[in-house]
Design a protein around this ligand. Structure first.
Ligand code: CS2
Length: 474
């Protein structure tokens, strides 16, 4: 089955065509074009794998975004993707596409590690081997920042207005982070270009939210049986979605996302903090303390005795006191709704998937909240248990003694540190010494080091589930 309508003219290049992008950005843009028209077709760019291209190209870019709620599956046919490129096959073609004046926005879902930044500082990691490659080979980049600067350089040279760079990843002040790494990169080889970017390019921040597990063959088989059509590019997500976007675009050029439910605001910060700390912070907590206890999915974990109670205490006593009030949000109701979203049995979101890349996720999901709690003299036992759970997880063995397949840019270094440590105290001290993750003032906090050591020892002695119940019942 092919498209039902014409292929839309390209107005957006999106880097990172994974499941979340197809369940979120592309759905909003598809609906905005349905509502208001406009040349907002998406050229999707994969920086590494050909998978998305191989799934989408044979079907001319259309696919189904299937929302899964208690009342069953609801497929939406999405036709916003006009083309897919695989950057390593022809990086020059990607740069040329991004330099085309018809492209008004370049958006990113490249995950936390895709920014090649130092999590604790937010600066570009100039020692990253691929960043080094791109600085030496600016016409054949490998990284998102390399492509952004190469395309902006081409537009500057051609006297073409720049595009807007729109980060859509789970990072605080993600627009400012994108701006920072782009300027760090550009300054390294063309200060005049960096000045132009700083003056002319918009980097709006946005808060993005839709739980979208990785697609499985079982999902695709079930959809094919239900619809009679095999759709290799389908994605499966929860009904809930929320997009809060800083309304700052070059020339004001963007799709009418606000006409299909997105919130255009002046300042996204409070919404970002709410989502990163209330949702992603507890997601990571459940991922580590659930996986260690043998629970494969978020819904299985929150159904187990003690976990929902732990979440409610964590939100009430340790997270919400650190979250500023976003306009229009009822924070207590937001957290209760999160618990219902986690309970959705139709969404099989693996704890292992969420546990991935913890070294890149913990600073904005848990450590910022922990630092605020310590500074305010609040109790932080739940946050400490969550961080101790991550340290235990990175030891590579679950509570049943089964090996864990660790996925993290720092997995090798963290596992080595764990293996080398002879005691809980040594293990905690060695993890706290990773300055890319833990700022010095946190690592030198004796109260925290002691609390983490005690929590780690309890996890080792009693297992994650018992520790969760202890915290929930305290
Ligand atoms: C999850 C997020 O994989 C993870 O780290 O916590 O992808 C989460 O599902 C989304 O941020 C929800 O909006």
């Amino acid at each position: 089955m092919q498209r039902t309508g014409p292929t839309p003219k390209i107005g957006i290049v999106h880097i990172g065509p994974g499941a979340f992008f197809r369940a979120f950005n592309a759905v909003y843009t598809h609906e905005a074009m349905q509502q208001s028209g406009g040349d907002w077709g998406i050229l999707a760019v994969s920086l590494q794998s050909p998978t998305a291209r191989d799934q989408l190209a044979p079907q001319d870019g259309w696919y189904q975004a299937v929302t899964r709620g208690p009342d069953g599956d609801h497929p939406l046919r999405v036709e916003a993707i006009s083309q897919v490129l695989v950057a390593p096959e022809d990086p020059g073609a990607v740069v040329a596409a991004m330099a085309d004046p018809s492209v008004r926005i370049v958006s990113l879902t490249i995950t936390e590690k895709g920014y090649r930044h130092v999590p604790a500082s937010g600066r570009l990691n100039m020692h990253d081997p691929d960043v080094q490659h791109d600085l030496s080979n600016p016409d054949a980049p490998k990284t998102a920042v390399g492509f952004l600067v190469a395309a902006l350089a081409a537009r500057h040279a051609a006297g073409v207005a720049p595009f807007t760079v729109q980060s859509c990843d789970n990072l605080p002040n993600n627009g400012a982070l994108a701006r920072r790494i782009v300027l760090d990169f550009a300054s390294a080889f063309d200060p005049a270009l960096a000045d132009w970017i700083a003056a002319e390019v918009c980097f709006p921040s946005s808060m993005v939210d839709r739980i979208t597990p990785a697609t499985t063959e079982l999902d695709l088989d079930g959809l094919a049986r239900a619809t009679g059509v095999r759709d290799e590019a389908a994605v499966f997500c929860e009904p809930f979605r929320q997009w809060v976007i800083e309304d700052s675009f070059v020339g004001g050029a963007r799709p009418d996302w606000d006409k299909v439910g997105a919130q255009m605001v002046r300042d996204v910060a409070a919404h970002e903090t709410m989502k990163l700390r209330c949702l992603n912070g507890t997601h990571s907590t459940l991922a580590y303390l659930g996986y260690l206890a043998g629970f494969q999915t978020i819904s299985d974990t929150v159904a187990a005795d003690g976990y929902a109670q732990m979440l409610r205490r964590l939100w009430r006593d340790e997270i919400l006191p650190s979250v500023p009030q976003p306009e229009g949000e009822d924070l207590a109701a937001y957290c209760e709704a999160l618990l219902e979203r986690y309970r959705n049995p139709a969404i099989r979101h693996r704890t292992w998937q969420i546990a991935m890349d913890g070294s890149q996720k913990l600073p904005q999901r848990l450590l910022g909240t922990l630092a605020d709690g310590l500074a305010a003299g609040r109790g932080v036992d739940g946050l400490v248990l969550a961080v101790a759970g991550w340290i235990r997880y990175m030891g590579g063995t679950d509570d049943a003694g089964a090996p864990i397949e660790l996925k993290d840019p720092l997995a090798e270094q963290l596992k080595a540190a764990s293996d080398k440590a002879g005691s809980a105290a040594e293990r905690v001290a060695s993890f706290l010494s990773f300055r890319d993750i833990f700022p010095a003032e946190m690592a030198e906090n004796a109260h925290l080091t002691d609390a983490l050591t005690r929590a780690y020892a309890a996890l080792e002695a009693r297992g994650a589930h018992a520790c969760v119940k202890d915290y929930a019942d305290a």
